[in-house]
Design a binder for this molecule. Structure first.
Ligand SMILES: NC(=O)c1ccc[n+]([C@@H]2O[C@H](COP(=O)([O-])OP(=O)(O)OC[C@H]3O[C@@H](n4cnc5c(N)ncnc54)[C@H](O)[C@@H]3O)[C@@H](O)[C@H]2O)c1
Length: 320
């Protein structure tokens, strides 16, 4: 297939490009090198993709999805069978300081991209959504049928708005659009401000680890290879409009996570207790019944193994 991947220079985007190329697809990757974290890290992600999967079927375009002329340029590299839309401003806490910026990158850009797909007759899109759409009071485990209409951060609200736009385009124009709600993804190339990478950096520097709340908050962490399994399955299956959780099938408490990571890195962590952070949810837990039924999704990487793989990567390539 010929596939457009947005957010290609990012954590999940670079792995997605690599996996698609490795199985024989042709990929056009697009990214604007958003300043959320260093361009040099994203350039290295792209170098890793080229080193692992070659350059023959991979084209990269520096382009901003908020700029109509850039979208034109990207689609001129088509036609595409599927668009995998991973580009976004990610991160819950920074969204509280710049809600309008998040709306532009996550909602307006999604609307422009969907419209570009419609006008070019591209009927298949995979959209990166987030477990954060469930808010702080959904019943655990989170199931796709839950209301998901009480987001507790601007980031979560923009991801839910993206899903709603996807539904509208599928309804009006018969497009096949699959929204994947990723549950805290980790592994090599994880964004440097995300908990696992940030904690590793701080342990490496001998700095304390900030713990918001009592350490009892928990996350359904998902290893990147498991996420890729779900993304590729969604790329391959036109399902009308559909929403699926992609989780790791286990919850890990914050204090357990820090122990696992410290052991994998051979460090003794120093902890700094801080009050609960606004916008954070106390726990996430994915109901995987639908993803298993329709996508054959079955996460395989246990937490201890995934953390060890992350730590091995971090020793050579992490932000120190
Ligand atoms: N990492 C996670 O745990 C997680 C969890 C839930 C959802 N998600 C979603 O998955 C997707 C990928 O996340 P990630 O962790 O790889 O983040 P990332 O920041 O590493 O990747 C996103 C990429 O999108 C690019 N981008 C942002 N705005 C753009 C624009 N206007 N035009 C073109 N490119 C733009 C950025 O430069 C970046 O490289 C995002 O949509 C995110 O919301 C991630």
């Amino acid at each position: 297939m010929r596939i457009l991947v947005t957010g290609a220079a990012g954590f999940i985007g670079s792995h997605t490009c690599e996996a698609l190329l490795q199985r024989g697809d042709t990929v056009v990757g697009l990214d604007n090198f958003d300043a959320f974290y260093a361009r040099s890290i994203k350039e290295r992600n792209l170098d890793d993709v080229r080193a692992a999967a070659g350059t023959e079927r991979f084209t990269f375009l520096e382009a901003d999805l908020c700029v109509a002329a850039d979208i034109e340029r990207a689609f001129a590299a088509g036609p595409f069978d599927v668009v995998v839309h991973l580009a976004a401003r990610a991160g819950v806490r920074p969204s509280i300081d710049d809600p309008a910026g998040y709306v532009r990158s996550n909602v307006e850009a999604t609307a422009l991209l969907l419209e570009a797909c419609r006008t070019r007759g591209i009927g298949r899109v995979v959209f990166a959504s987030s477990s954060s759409v469930y808010g702080a009071d959904s019943t655990s485990p989170f199931a796709e049928g839950a209301r998901a209409d009480r987001p507790v951060s601007p980031y979560a609200a923009t991801k839910r708005a993206g899903e709603l736009l996807c539904h509208t385009y599928s309804h009006l124009h018969g497009m096949h659009i699959t929204c994947l709600r990723f549950f805290t993804v980790y592994g090599p190339r994880q964004r440097p401000e995300m908990a696992i990478h940030k904690f590793a950096t701080r342990m490496e520097r001998g700095q304390s680890i900030p713990i918001f709340g009592d350490g009892g908050s928990s996350r359904d962490y998902t290893y990147i290879d498991d996420i890729l399994q779900g993304v590729l399955a969604a790329v391959d299956r036109p399902l009308g409009f559909a929403v699926y959780n992609l989780g790791g099938d286990h919850q890990t408490r914050l204090d357990e996570l820090i122990d696992l990571l410290a052991r994998a890195l051979g460090k003794t962590p120093k902890l700094e207790r801080l009050p609960e952070a606004p916008g954070d949810v106390p726990m996430t837990s994915a109901d995987l019944t639908l993803a298993h039924r329709d996508l054959g999704y079955a996460p395989r990487v246990p937490m201890a193994e995934g953390i060890q793989r992350f730590a091995d990567w971090f020793q050579d390539f992490g932000v120190k």
